[in-house]
Ligand binder design. Sequence first.
Ligand code: AP5
Length: 218
Amino acid sequence: MRLILLGPPGAGKGTQAARLEKKFGIRQLSTGDMLRAAVAAGSPIGVKAKAVMERGELVSDDIVIGIISDRIDEPDVANGYILDGFPRTVAQAQALDALLVKKGSKLDRVIEIAVDDGALVERIAGRYSCKKCGAGYHDLHQKPKVEGVCDSCGSEDFLRRADDNAETVKSRLEAYHAQTAPLVVYYSGKELLHSVDGMADIDKVTEEIVGELKAIGA
Ligand code: AP5
């Protein structure tokens, strides 16, 4: 199954992708995570991406298309993947279409997680993750079972993302509305889009997505 999770910053793409990865055994491919890894490693791509990400703008199409093109060729995703944060522009969507045609494969579904702008800032401000295994949490909506201890790996070290501040979130939302939201129309026109109510609680959103994926034979 090849799936795209589409939605604004803080909509819950990463949260839902991690759950779908476990449920269906297909890999989550997050361009945000890949770019953050490149920044942390100080690679040439990371050096180019760092300042752009700190401003909350989009990294160039060439860079992210290159990253995804290489990644979807790897054997661990031969049976499918969940794209989280890609595509983010019409040019990226067209490039993905061309890559899939070249590989003789196709997308099965594009799930839009729709959330009101007002809720996103609060979600992003409260977000943190385990430093060791990356499991995601929220100060209010997704606390670890034991305070200060990661449910998944037991680590007591957590971190917050550098771009999760009020100023950058504003730019990220502007970039979403100007450059990414047109993909709703793009994929709707291809009859691939299914929209879920991302204002519902996390379990309910998972239930809705899983229901839709089962309906198409996942
Ligand atoms: P990226 O890492 O992709 O960030 P993003 O799109 O801004 O999305 P987030 O990771 O912030 O949010 P999410 O939807 O995954 O929400 P989450 O599940 O964590 O991109 C970062 C940057 O990299 C970009 O700004 C850009 O510069 C660059 N980049 C990446 N891809 C690119 C591309 N293709 N092209 C160009 N540049 C690119 O949830 C948020 C919080 O809310 C969590 O704490 C969670 O617990 C909570 N939560 C989740 N769901 C719910 C719910 N239903 N109810 C209540 N709380 C919830």
